[in-house]
Design a protein around this ligand. Sequence first.
Ligand code: PXG
Length: 442
Amino acid sequence: MSNRLSVKPNDLSAFWMPFTANRQFKQAPRMLVAAKDMHYTADDGRRILDGTAGLWCVNAGHCRPRITEAIQHQAAELDYAPAFQMGHPIVFEFANRLVDMAPEGMDHVFFTNSGSESVDTALKIALAYHRAKGDGSRFRLIGRERGYHGVNFGGISVGGIVSNRKMFGTLLTGVDHLAHTHLPAKNAFTRGEPAHGADLADELERIVTLHDASTIAAVIVEPVAGSTGVLIPPKGYLKRLREICDKHGILLIFDEVITGFGRLGTPFAADYFDVVPDIMTTAKGVTNGVIPMGAVFVKKEIHDAFMAGPEHLIEFFHGYTYSGNPIASAAGIATLETYKEEGLLTRGAELGPYWEDALHSLKDAPHVIDIRNIGLVGAVELEAIPGQPTKRAFSAFLKAFEKGVLIRTTGDIIALSPPLIIEKGQIDEIVDCLRGVLNEIE
Ligand code: PXG
């Protein structure tokens, strides 16, 4: 194969790998050299079934011709155009198409290059919006325990993952957190939305009472928390959050970096739960993961609040060199066309019941203490080895890779989020592989 790398272990030292056990990896590298549709090819020639859509992003499957061709064409036609005080048609076209499919009222899009940048952009829009309205005392941001909002300073401040926060000083000030909604004692082995825990949204009232609503700019949550192990919101929880935000003039931000673009069987989680946020962050599936890009959707009222003052002045002092990059925009348009043509944004709803039954068939497998699912995402939680948290799930990850299936683990949780083109037989393959893995690991 022409693109196969011939690597020796000591060639791997220069690259400091992200979110990776570098020393372990470099002793026994797991290298992917090609991909097509539902499969990767490893450097030893093995085909690996992708149970995680890369990192929750390759929703239409790998190396789709329409997307590849759009990138090739755009790279040859207009490779880069300045993003500030200049434009190019394709980014406007892409923005229009995104807005067309967004939940009602989300009429504007701000482009970034990643989920982390989308989150920090959204937080800045929220703060600046209140200030533009003359309500600058609203400076507080409320996140949630176990929330993942990327790795930039805003995102880790509102995020709730201890290891992502503890090394990095004081973070943003003026941040508070809601409790997470994971209640295994009451909700274990729930299919879809759990019955217990909607009242946890009332914590927001407690936080409002403590700080006063006049100091709070926004609440940010993942509708379904992905990175911390697929935490599905209790029935009614998000509606309740929406009501409390409305009552107190607080903006609600949904971080849809994972849930956006069909993961739950609807275009966005906002559609699934019938709750429209004020700002919605996306990335990953916006370009099928192929080219880095993020998009922040904003309600008209918020956007319009910035459009005041002399017209020759910049309205929002924020943006990136690559905001709305032509090649990313072309990839994005081709991605949306692929999703539409193949009905991928609702495929999770069709396949959801099969996926659910298949995953829950692992209930009696060794070590399993919970299984949860929604749309085409799921988690199998394992009992931790006493005194050695994460070790069992990591062994499962290694063993599954050996057996030809890519899964993702976080803590002692196996997370699954396959490309939305997955077939029933491939769902069986993932589940059969996991059953074998769970029987074999300690
Ligand atoms: N918000 C959410 C909800 C995310 O899931 C980000 C923001 C940040 O996106 P970027 O593009 O900056 O990485 C994410 C990213 C995993 C995993 O397996 C999850 C993410 C990224 C990598 C791995 O848990 N989520």
